[in-house]
Design a binder for this molecule. Structure first.
Ligand code: ADP
Ligand code: MG
Length: 597
């Protein structure tokens, strides 16, 4: 094909707009959109924390009066007052903590469900290449586990952190008021402990990050094992799978053990240092009481307040590791949320309304990995409504060309235009809604045959569905099923034959009614009988649509408007079937080779 044909349609792409500042989805953004709108509830929560903690401080405060006023002076009226006050404060505490748990647990659950939905949405915005490089199970773990940690942050974590801090500060105030000297003595080990705890958490944060990675790996491996169970059993490779998995969970265990060492260090140093603090004051307090510098009630009150200051600190060291874990999960979630989507709306600004499907590849080169070119300088014109067949040995680059036409990947150099519009500037939503794909091992979702065919157009009419079912010869086999189209097929369609799956995929494409159609080895699964059924339906499917067909069976492509013979990422020959046969070149070789078998 002469190259000047490529210039038949002028490039009508509008000029590139000024680049906008790229908007990033960060956790800050997530907090702003999910948490901030419900700030009123959070404030109510904080208020409840304050009330509940204040009421808990009534007891130590009252104990001073109990000793110094009631017991020493025998004031019975005061005793009644004290008991009523303490009981009331405990009741208040119970009510507030009930409300608080209700409120925050529900809010935390709501948060993670919204966050999970956002992470899944973001995943689907990422380019195909991302999925080539990441195990699906690992991604499942990201959506489900990494987000889970955030729940602790908002739920129990927030209550304990804010409540604990609040109580500690109030208790400290009373401690200083009762005895600055004893407070000073207590503060030293407390501060030492705080320092140790901070160091320990800084140390375990990367361990937790590593853990969510390991978790993702193990989940990923398990998902693959389950998906490939036929191959594993078929090659009797269970032992190997078991070893790999065992290795994964062992590394996970070692990671947990590493962090447990430092968390138990924190816990035991808490026991030691805080124990020192509280027993030491026995000495100082006793001495001060003997010298008449402190009342018995003050001493009792001090001991109780000290408990109130120390308890939240010990508690915080426990939730510290929870929070560290939550932050590690957040880190990884944020990392995912910050990845550039394939269409962020800033570059792909052209809305391709109804396209004719006139596609031109202009000197397109592409490599999956730098330095390993897969396609070199590919140029061809696929006029609207024509059928272009890609033939060539396996690994020559046919699927890559189809992937470029689907905009799953973009050229490293050169351009692809659709109706004269630069495809790299066309909104993916507008283009892909006019695209249909039928692949070799086509993906069927768990559900009924009907649901799978309706997948691209769930609202399609029964008539449209029936005509697609007839055209793709799906009826030929569903008629024999007890439930017909409503037969439930297993995950990935495992309960159907390859040819049956393929026909469902073709019906799906017919129903989708795309302008551009990609058939990648779509007929390779068919037995000779199904193939004759399918050839006719494929012809009606391809009618009037720009079609790229990749097929093992050269009989499928005899009718193509043009045949491109792909070799080592370049087009070696092009033309119609008869021309290429007459030429006795590479195509002729491929054709006669296949005719022989
Ligand atoms: P064909 O469809 O003609 O069999 P492909 O287009 O699938 O060939 O592959 C062309 C070349 O690109 C092969 O060498 C293959 O190994 C490589 N390749 C295909 N997909 C990827 C990928 N996702 N990452 C890296 N290399 C790839
Ligand atoms: Mg291929």
């Amino acid at each position: 094909m002469p190259h000047d044909i490529l210039n038949v349609i002028p490039d009508t792409t509008p000029p590139m707009p000024e680049p906008k500042v790229k908007s990033k989805i960060t956790i800050a953004h997530v907090f702003k959109t999910i948490i901030w709108p419900r700030k009123n509830l959070l404030f109510v929560g904080l208020l409840l924390i304050v009330i509940s903690r204040l009421s808990s401080l009534v007891l130590p405060y009252a104990s001073k009066s109990l000793v110094d006023d009631v017991i020493t002076k025998g004031d019975l009226r005061m005793l009644k007052l004290l008991v009523v006050g303490v009981v009331a404060s405990i009741a208040l505490q119970a009510v507030t903590s009930y409300l608080l748990t209700q409120l925050l647990s529900v809010e935390a659950q709501r948060l993670i469900s919204v966050l999970r939905a956002q992470v899944q949405k973001q995943l689907l915005r990422l380019p195909i290449r991302f999925f080539d490089n990441n195990k699906s199970g690992a991604l499942v773990s990201r959506v489900m586990n990494d987000v889970e940690g955030v729940r602790n942050l908002v739920g129990t974590g927030l209550v304990q952190l804010v409540g604990g801090l609040f109580t500690a500060v109030i208790a400290l105030y009373f401690l200083i008021k009762i005895s600055p000297l004893m407070t000073l003595y207590v503060l030293v080990p407390v501060l030492v402990f705080g320092f140790i705890a901070l160091k320990a958490f800084a140390y375990i944060r990367p361990i937790f990050r590593e853990r969510s990675k390991l978790n993702a790996e193990v989940t990923g491996r398990l998902t693959e094992t389950l998906a490939g169970v036929r191959v594993i059993k078929g090659f009797n490779a269970e032992a190997q799978e078991i070893r790999t998995f065992e290795d994964g969970v062992t590394r996970l265990f070692q990671n947990v053990r590493k962090s447990l060492t430092s968390t138990s260090l924190v816990t035991s140093s808490a026991t030691l240092l805080l124990g020192l603090a509280s027993t030491g004051i026995m000495g100082i307090g006793g001495w001060m009481i003997i010298k008449g510098e402190m009342t018995l009630g003050d001493f009792l009150s001090f001991t109780l307040f000290l408990g109130f200051m120390i308890a939240p600190i010990v508690q915080m060291s426990n939730i510290g590791s929870q929070l560290t874990e939550a932050f590690a999960g957040l880190d990884r979630t944020e990392e995912l949320m910050n990845m550039a989507p394939e269409d962020d709306g800033t570059v792909r600004t052209i809305e391709a309304k109804r396209i004719e499907g006139d596609i031109i590849f202009n000197n397109v080169s592409f490599a999956y990995e730098a330095g390993k070119p897969v396609l070199n300088d590919i140029s061809f014109h696929a006029p609207a409504g024509s059928v272009t067949a890609l033939v060539g040995t396996s690994g020559s680059g046919k699927t890559t060309i189809a992937g470029l036409a689907a905009s799953f990947i973009s050229p490293d150099s050169g351009t692809i235009t659709v109706d004269g519009l630069d495809l790299s500037r066309v909104s993916l939503n507008s283009y892909r809604s006019q695209l249909g794909v039928v692949l070799q091992d086509d993906f069927l979702f768990e559900g009924t045959i009907r649901q799978n065919i309706l997948f691209p157009r769930p609202q399609a009419s029964e008539e449209a569905l029936q005509s697609a079912v007839r055209a793709a010869y799906v009826q030929e086999f569903t008629d024999r099923f007890e439930n017909g189209l409503d037969t439930v097929i297993g995950e990935r369609g495992v309960k159907l034959s390859g040819g049956q799956r393929q026909r469902i995929a073709i019906a799906r494409a017919i129903l989708a009614d795309p302008r551009v159609l990609i058939l990648d080895e779509a007929t390779s699964n068919l037995d000779t009988e199904s193939e004759t059924f399918i050839q006719q339906s494929l012809r009606s499917l391809m009618q009037g649509r720009t079609t790229f067909v990749i097929a093992h069976r050269l009989s499928t492509i005899r009718q193509a408007d043009q045949i491109l013979v792909v070799e080592h990422g370049a087009i070696a020959e092009r033309g119609r079937h008869e021309e290429l046969i007459a030429k006795k070149g590479r195509y002729f070789e491929l054709y006669t080779y296949q005719a022989r078998i």
